[in-house]
Design a protein around this ligand. Sequence first.
Ligand SMILES: Nc1ncnc2c1ncn2[C@@H]1O[C@H](COP(=O)(O)OP(=O)(O)OP(=O)(O)O)[C@@H](O)[C@H]1O
Ligand SMILES: [Mg+2]
Length: 409
Amino acid sequence: MTDIFQIHDTNIFHKRFALSTKYIPENLIARDQQIDDIVNLVRPVLSQGEPKNAMIFGKTGTGKTVVVKYVLTKLNDKMKSEHLNISSVFINCRAVNTTTRIIFEILDVVAPDIKFQRGGLPISEYYNLLWKELNQKQLSIIIVFDEIDHLKDYNILYNLSRAGENHNINIENSIGVIGISNDLFFGEKIEPRIVSSLGCRDFIFPPYDATQLIKILNDRAKIAFQNDVLDDAVIPVCAAYSAQEHGDARKALMILENAGEVAERKKEKKVLEYHVKEGYEMLNIDCLLEMVKTLPLQSKVILYSIIKLIQNKGRITTGEVENKYKEVGSVISCRILGRTSISKLIAELEMIGLINANIEYRGRYGKTRLISSCKESEKIMSILLTDPWFSNIKDHMTSTNLFNFSHKP
Ligand SMILES: Nc1ncnc2c1ncn2[C@@H]1O[C@H](COP(=O)(O)OP(=O)(O)OP(=O)(O)O)[C@@H](O)[C@H]1O
Ligand SMILES: [Mg+2]
């Protein structure tokens, strides 16, 4: 039988998982100060004191998640070896964002042995169960809310951080709350009462420079790749691409992984500089396509209209887009926006980099925006058509009767 996974006779990767964001490295580069800061927040709990609450800010890929996870792992090791009554819970608020689900997550760590009804009870009952379990087990707990902006209800931050003051938990137990966000203005979005309950010490993680990124990549590459498969230029070039864009370590690692993948697909024995370039372009396309999925419906309809028009005609005006948009909008039965809003959305699509447009001056007829191209239009089109709102359009393409569309999703 042929081995369908046997796509090459060279081997580029060794332990590829070391490039994933789930991997917590042994050594964190250039984050001693930040590790210290977080250890200092948590330290009081080791002597039955109250841990400090804090917010951690920093742009994407600056190591916020990995540094906090690293400290919690070390805390767990200490807790086990010294039999301390301390636990920690790490909540990714993008995945778990309702108050009840968060309390369930905490209960699963605090009291994995108990059975309780998951749902249908008032939230206060779940809080009471949590206080009871913490008191019974005489447990202190550090709770991390990663990507905290995604929380549905910020009151949970108040209730947890004020649990001691409100006499819900005993004096010898305590709860520490650490929030992580890449929005420096997060504090302005929530009630001052909640901000002050967090007592907020703020820490800001700075972006990495190229030298730091090189060190991060070198450490991972040793584990992730086979010996001697990376050309000397590969890591510095990955780091340089990423340093250009605010020093994002995640992006640097993704470029490196893509470069390896390109080399593997080309059945090369080594990863070379030009594989990095292709890997970088691949990443940009992936980001672009990811962005299309999350566009609001109106922008999707405009983008669809632009692609359709460009397929037939090289350069198009905003007036033509507007007409096509109205036609498509009525086919899928969505709300139709006015000219100003349409222009704004077209400008946004240009800003994101999905379309290219130029202003053309037409003498006494004024100026007009001419849209000349749309990147990756075929791939974008196939993503747009996966939106349930576009199911009528798919019928439209197979139907001869232009206006024979009945259902909305
Ligand atoms: N100092 C470091 N040393 C080694 N690896 C690092 C370091 N900082 C970040 N990384 C790695 O870079 C990737 C991104 O880091 P992380 O997920 O912590 O970023 P983040 O600041 O939480 O970003 P986001 O705001 O997008 O969630 C991870 O794979 C992480 O292991
Ligand atoms: Mg993170």
